[in-house]
Each structure stands twice: as structure tokens, then as C-alpha cells.
Design a protein around this ligand. Structure first.
Ligand code: PRP
Ligand code: ORO
Length: 212
């Protein structure tokens, strides 16, 4: 699979700040319950002004290219929130954020900030594994009577489960980087070795049963 310069550049940023961890012998448990030898902590990008700005620039370009009539930028709680704020700021658009479920107290909102019925919304997520979290956010947008134009994320594992879930939901997904670019960049720069790549490929081949 070919990768773009931007996909490799963002991958390189993630590797430089050690956002990517490999733990084949003590697999990570993801939010979906899946087990994985790899974890990508994109939250670390917040702490690097130049990198978070490159991400915000990348997202702003994707909005201009694929959702030029966006009226609201909505971040997914929690990791999508800061990136949504920086993108909304760059584009001079309103920002909101979407909780994974409605609060159990106060106003019991799932959406914080304003998303009005009929408004066109771009959802910003930090990372796509199964796509469950961001599609749940997009559904909340629909339930508010608004229109989710697209989900944008920093990184996707490019899992078939996510691809088919986005297709089924009829919501476009665009990302700044992905698993192909990350693993290739890591291998090219000696961050991972051939034997790590073997583990990653075995996992990637059958991620749902790997490690069980
Ligand atoms: O595509 P999915 O299978 O839904 O997985 C990706 C989600 O998992 C992580 O969130 P997490 O639940 O760890 O919460 P956080 O954003 O509050 O850190 C990540 O930030 C995404 O939102
Ligand atoms: O699926 C997840 O929960 C997940 C995977 C990953 O690599 N990074 C992350 O923050 N969450």
C-alpha cells in the first residue's frame, strides 16, 4: 500500500515523541476490548506545540478539501477535544465536544457546546481502531438533528472492522497518518526491527484472535 508524504511525516512525529509503544509479550487492551501488541498514545502530541500545530494544519486542510461547508468542529471526548479546539481556532469555526455518553448529572448532555439541528459538523478524533468511539460521536450528531460530514483522525490502524463500519454508516473517514505509514517509517528508521514487524504483521493479519 502506498503512503503520502504527510502520512509519513505525521508517523515520524509520533515515533519521535515515542507515542508508539510495542509490547508483544504483555499486550495492551484497547477500549474495544481487543488485545494488541501496539499502542499509539496520540495524547502526547498536545505537549509538543510544533507537532500539534502540524496536526491542526493537516486537519484544517482536510476540512477545506473534503468538508468546505463545515459549520462546527466537534471533538470526541477525551483525546479528540484539544485537536478540535486548535482546528476550530484555525478555521474560525465554532467548536463543540461529544462525550461517549450523556452525563449522569447536571444538564445530562452528551454534546457540550452548541450543535444546532441542520448544522454541518466535522468530528475530530485522535485515533481510529475499530471506529466505534468516533461513529458513536457521529451518531450523537445525527441524533441532535445535525449532519456529520466526516470523521477526521490523526491515525488509523486501517482495520477492516473500522473500514466496514464507516462504510455502513455512510460517513467518510480521513486520516493524517495510518498503520502502513507508521510501520514502514519505523522499519526504515530502525525504530523497529524485522522481528517486530513479524509480530505486527501476525497481529494485523488476525487482530481479533491475536493474543487470546
Ligand atoms: O476506534 P475505537 O475502537 O473506538 O478506539 C479508538 C478510541 O480509543 C481511544 O479512546 P479511549 O477510550 O482510550 O478514551 P480517551 O479518548 O478518553 O483517552 C482513542 O482516543 C479513541 O477515541
Ligand atoms: O483502541 C484503543 O483504545 C487505542 C489504541 C491505541 O493505539 N491508542 C489509543 O489511545 N487507544
Amino acid at each position: 500500500m502506498t503512503t503520502t508524504n504527510l502520512e509519513r511525516t505525521i508517523a515520524q512525529h509520533l515515533l519521535n515523541i515515542q507515542a508508539v509503544a510495542l509490547r508483544p509479550n504483555e499486550p495492551f487492551t484497547w477500549t474495544s476490548g481487543m488485545k494488541s501488541p501496539i499502542y499509539c498514545d496520540n495524547r502526547l502530541t498536545m505537549s509538543y506545540p510544533e507537532i500539534r500545530d502540524a496536526i491542526a494544519e493537516g486537519f484544517a486542510s482536510l476540512v477545506k478539501q473534503y468538508a468546505p461547508d463545515a459549520e462546527v468542529i466537534a471533538g470526541t471526548a477525551t483525546a479528540g477535544i484539544p485537536h478540535a479546539a486548535w482546528v476550530a481556532d484555525k478555521l474560525g469555526l465554532p467548536m463543540a465536544y461529544i462525550r461517549d455518553k450523556a452525563k449522569g448529572h447536571g444538564k445530562q448532555n452528551q454534546i457540550e457546546g452548541i450543535i444546532r439541528p441542520g448544522q454541518k459538523v466535522v468530528v475530530i478524533e485522535d485515533l481510529i481502531s475499530t471506529g466505534g468511539s468516533s461513529l458513536k460521536a457521529a451518531l450523537a450528531v445525527k441524533e441532535a438533528g445535525a449532519e456529520p460530514l466526516a470523521v477526521l483522525a490523526i491515525f488509523s490502524y486501517q482495520l477492516e472492522k473500522a473500514t466496514s463500519a464507516f462504510e455502513e454508516a455512510g460517513i467518510p473517514l480521513r486520516t493524517l497518518s495510518n498503520y502502513t505509514a507508521l510501520t514502514q517509517t519505523a522499519l526504515d528508521h530502525g525504530v523497529i526491527q524485522a522481528e517486530d514487524m513479524d509480530v505486527l504483521q501476525a497481529w494485523r493479519h488476525d487482530p481479533t484472535t491475536w493474543g487470546n
